[in-house]
Design a protein around this ligand. Structure first.
Ligand code: FEO
Ligand code: CA
Ligand code: CA
Length: 687
C-alpha cells in the first residue's frame, strides 16, 4: 500500500465529515472544512444561547446523542437507520408539474428517472467546445486541450435564449479531483502539466446548444461564436467600492483591480438583464502557507475564512507564487466574490462585485424590489455562517434597449449590503433541539436586515467600508447575525415572491461548545438539513424586516424530527441535505441534494409550495455512485441536472474507479450535464 493509499484508507476512520459524503469529496471540494475548527468562533449571541447547556443537551440526550467525547459524537452522527426503501407516493396525485411516478430511493450507478421519461448526457468533462480541441484522451490530457474542452465537476447550470433553436448553456466547474482524473496521480508530487490541466478544468463554460421541435434533447454547437471557456488564467475585473484597495494589490497587479481566474464556482443565478452571476465558494483551500503569517490581524482574518496550514492540497503554489501567502499575502483577498459574466459578449471581462461582500458564496439570486431596484440574496456555506442580501442603489431599466442593458450591468457595483438576524416567536424553552414543533405548531418568527455598508459608508463599528466588503464575515459577527446551518442556494418563488433558503446540514449544531438549536435552526446534530421560507414585508425586498417559517425539516419521513409543511409523511419521498434549488413555472420548488445520509444516493426532488399538495416531496431522479446532484434547471421542455463528482469515493483511484458513469464498462467516471424529458407528443416535463 503506497503512502497515499494508506492515508486515504485512514480517512473514514478519522472522519469528522457528514457520514455519507466521502472524505475525498470534502478534501477536494471544501479543503476539508469538516475536519477543521469552525471558522466562526465569534461570541455573537444566538437565540437559545442561555438554554444551551440545559434544555438543548437534554434534547440531545432524548434524541440518543452522547456529547461526552468527539468520538462519541462521531458515532452519534452515523447514518440514520434506513427504513425499507420507501416509495409511498407512487400516486400521480400531485400538484401540476409534479405528476410523474416518483423514483424509489436507490444506490444504482446510474441516473434513474421516472417511467415514461428519456435522458440524454448533454456534455461531459472533456467534450469539445471548439473543433480545434483534440478528441478527449484520458491518457494524453494537456492543459491546452482542456482549455478548449468542457471542464470538471459541473455545478450550476442555467440557460439563456439565443434564437428559436439555440440556447446558451452556462455551467460552473467547481473543482477538480486529481486522484480520479489522472493516471498514477502522486498527490505529493503533482506535475506542472497536471496542475495546469486542473487550472483549465476549473472555471466556467458557456456552450451554445440547439434544441429540437419536440423532446428535450440539447445538442452542443461546437465552434458557436458565443462558446467560451473561462478558467484559472482568464482575466477578471474587480469593481465596486473595494476595488483598488491596498489589500487587493499584488506584485502582478499593483492597481488591485485585475484578477486571473475564478475558483470553486458553486451555484449562481441569472439577472433580469441576461447576465450570469456565479459564486466563488471554498477558495480558502487553494492558498498555501497561511501558517507563516505572523501579523495577528491578518492571521485572524485568514482564520475566519478557514485559510490555514502549510502546503495546499493541490500544491499549486509550487508553480505559481500567487497561491503562496508567504509570497503574495493579498492574493487570497481577491477570491470569494460574486462574479458577473455577460455570456452574450465572448470578449467581455467578467466582473467581481466587491459591493456584494466576500465570503464562501454559494449562490446569488436577484429579484426586482417593489421600488425597482435589484435585491440579490446570498448564502455563506459554512457551519454557523450567515444569510445576506444586497440592494442596488440604482434602479432596473426594463426597457430592453442596449443602453438600458449597459445601465443594468452597473447596478451591482453600488448599493447596500445587509445580513439577516432571525428571531423565533416561540419560547426558547419549547425549542428542544429534537425537531419537535413548538406549541404554536410552527418554527417561525420575524427577522431584520442589518445594514453592514453602503457605498463607502460603513455601519459596523470599528470597520471601514472597505474592511466590511473584504472581511464580511467579521462584520456579520460584530452586528449579531444569526448563525445558520450552512446556507446554500436561495431562490425566490416566481409565483408568491417567498424566498427559499436551503440549509444543507450542520452536524455540529448543539455539540459541545457549539451553538445549540434555535427556532430557525431547530435540530441539534442536524444531519439532513432544512428549508426556510422568508417573506419580505409587503412582498417587497427592501430594507427592514421580514417574516419567516420553516418549510421542510428533511430526513427519513419515519424520523419524528422531520416536517414536510404539515403534509402526510406517509406520502413523501425521503430527502436529505438540500443544496441547490430552483422553481418551475407552476411555483413548485425543485431541490437537489448533496450528501444524503439516509443510505441512498443523492437526487432531485420536486415539491409544491402552496395548495393542498404543499409539502408533498416527490423524487424525480437519483444520481450515480459518489455523485451529488447539482444545477437543477426545470422548464416545461426539460429538466437539466449537473451530475457532480461521480465515483468520488474514498477508495477510488483512476486505475480502480468506483463509478463507471456515464460511459459504462470499465470507464473512468466523467462529471456531466444530463437532460431529462417526458416521452410522447407533448415532450413536456411533468404534467
Ligand atoms: Fe459547492 Fe455549498 O456547495
Ligand atoms: Ca413558532
Ligand atoms: Ca452547492
Amino acid at each position: 500500500m503506497s503512502e497515499l493509499h494508506e492515508r486515504r484508507a485512514l480517512l473514514p476512520l478519522l472522519s469528522a465529515h457528514p457520514p455519507r459524503r466521502s472524505a475525498l469529496t470534502c478534501r477536494m471540494r471544501c479543503g476539508d472544512a469538516c475536519s477543521h475548527d469552525i471558522p466562526n468562533a465569534s461570541d455573537n449571541p444566538y437565540f437559545g444561547d442561555v438554554l444551551a447547556s440545559a434544555v438543548s443537551r437534554r434534547g440531545l440526550l432524548k434524541a440518543g446523542v452522547v456529547l461526552a467525547a468527539a468520538g462519541a459524537v462521531s458515532a452519534a452522527i452515523g447514518a440514520d437507520p434506513v427504513a425499507a426503501a420507501p416509495n409511498p407516493n407512487s400516486t400521480k396525485k400531485a400538484a401540476k408539474g409534479l405528476r410523474f411516478t416518483p423514483v424509489a430511493p436507490n444506490t444504482a450507478d446510474a441516473v434513474t428517472i421516472p417511467e415514461g421519461y428519456t435522458q440524454q448526457v448533454v456534455m461531459r468533462w472533456g467534450d469539445a467546445l471548439f473543433s480545434d480541441a483534440p478528441a478527449f484522451d484520458l491518457h494524453n490530457q494537456t492543459a491546452a486541450a482542456q482549455q478548449r474542452q468542457f471542464g470538471y465537476n459541473n455545478d450550476y447550470v442555467g440557460l439563456l435564449p439565443v434564437d428559436k433553436k439555440t440556447q446558451l448553456m452556462l455551467v460552473n466547474h467547481e473543482y477538480t479531483d486529481e486522484y480520479i482524473m489522472f493516471p498514477g496521480y502522486d498527490a505529493q508530487n503533482p506535475t506542472k502539466e497536471q496542475i495546469e490541466i486542473a487550472w483549465a478544468a476549473h472555471g466556467l463554460s458557456v456552450v451554445a446548444v440547439s434544441t429540437q421541435k419536440k423532446g428535450g434533447q440539447l445538442t452542443p454547437v461546437v465552434d458557436h461564436p458565443l462558446n467560451r471557456r473561462l478558467h484559472t488564467t482568464t482575466e477578471f475585473m474587480l469593481d465596486g467600492p473595494a476595488s483598488g484597495a491596498d489589500l487587493l494589490k499584488t506584485s502582478a497587479d499593483p492597481t488591485g483591480t485585475t484578477v486571473l481566474g475564478t475558483l470553486n464556482n458553486c451555484s449562481g443565478g441569472l439577472t433580469p438583464w441576461g447576465t450570469w452571476l456565479t459564486a466563488q465558494e471554498n477558495f480558502n483551500q487553494y492558498f498555501a502557507n497561511a501558517g507563516t503569517v505572523t501579523d495577528p490581524v491578518t492571521a485572524a482574518r485568514l482564520s475566519r475564512y478557514g485559510v490555514s496550514g502549510g502546503a495546499s492540497e493541490r500544491k499549486w503554489e509550487r508553480f505559481d507564487p500567487r497561491f503562496d501567502l508567504a509570497k503574495e499575502p493579498n492574493e487570497v483577498n481577491r477570491a470569494g466574490w460574486i462574479v458577473e459574466v455577460d455570456p452574450y459578449d465572448p470578449t467581455s471581462t467578467p466582473k467581481l462585485h466587491t459591493a456584494l461582500g466576500r465570503f464562501k458564496h454559494e449562490a446569488a439570486q436577484p429579484r426586482i424590489t417593489g421600488d425597482g431596484r435589484v435585491a440579490v440574496y446570498m448564502g455563506d456555506d459554512e457551519r454557523f455562517d450567515y444569510f445576506y442580501k444586497f440592494i442596488s442603489k440604482g434602479k432596473f431599466d426594463s426597457s430592453g434597449t442596449p443602453k438600458a442593458r449597459a445601465h443594468n450591468m452597473t447596478l451591482l457595483e453600488d448599493g447596500t449590503l445587509y445580513v439577516a438576524r432571525f428571531t423565533g416567536n416561540s419560547p426558547a424553552s419549547e425549542i428542544d433541539g429534537t425537531g419537535k414543533l413548538p406549541s404554536d405548531g410552527a418554527f417561525d418568527g420575524s427577522g431584520e436586515w442589518i445594514a453592514l455598508a453602503s457605498g463607502t459608508t460603513s455601519y459596523v463599528e470599528g470597520m471601514s467600508a472597505e474592511e466590511v466588503y473584504l472581511f464580511t464575515r467579521l462584520a456579520g459577527d460584530k452586528v449579531g447575525a444569526t448563525k445558520m446551518d450552512r446556507p446554500e442556494d436561495i431562490e425566490p418563488s416566481p409565483v408568491t415572491g417567498t424566498v427559499y433558503i436551503a440549509l444543507t446540514n450542520n452536524t455540529q449544531r448543539g455539540t459541545a461548545g457549539k451553538p445549540a438549536a434555535d427556532e430557525v435552526n431547530p435540530r441539534n446534530v442536524n444531519k439532513s438539513g432544512h428549508i426556510v421560507e422568508v417573506m419580505e414585508s409587503g412582498n417587497d425586498s427592501g430594507a427592514g424586516t421580514f417574516g419567516w417559517r420553516i418549510f421542510l425539516v428533511c430526513g427519513d419521513p419515519a424520523d419524528p424530527s422531520t416536517y414536510f409543511a404539515g403534509f402526510d409523511k406517509s406520502q413523501v419521498s425521503p430527502i436529505s441535505c438540500p443544496d441547490n434549488v430552483t422553481f418551475d413555472e407552476h411555483g413548485n420548488l425543485w431541490i437537489s441534494t448533496d450528501g444524503n445520509v439516509l443510505g441512498y444516493h443523492d437526487g432531485l426532488f420536486g415539491v409544491a409550495t402552496s395548495g393542498k399538495y404543499r409539502g408533498q416531496v416527490r423524487q424525480f431522479l437519483t444520481v450515480p455512485i459518489g455523485a451529488e446532484t447539482c444545477g437543477p434547471w426545470v422548464t416545461e421542455d426539460r429538466v437539466l441536472v449537473a451530475v457532480q463528482h461521480p465515483g468520488e469515493t474514498d477508495d477510488a483511484t483512476f486505475e480502480s474507479p468506483t463509478s463507471h458513469w456515464p460511459d459504462g464498462g470499465s470507464s473512468v467516471p466523467r462529471p456531466a450535464v444530463v437532460a431529462v424529458w417526458r416521452d410522447g407528443k407533448s415532450g413536456k416535463t411533468g404534467q
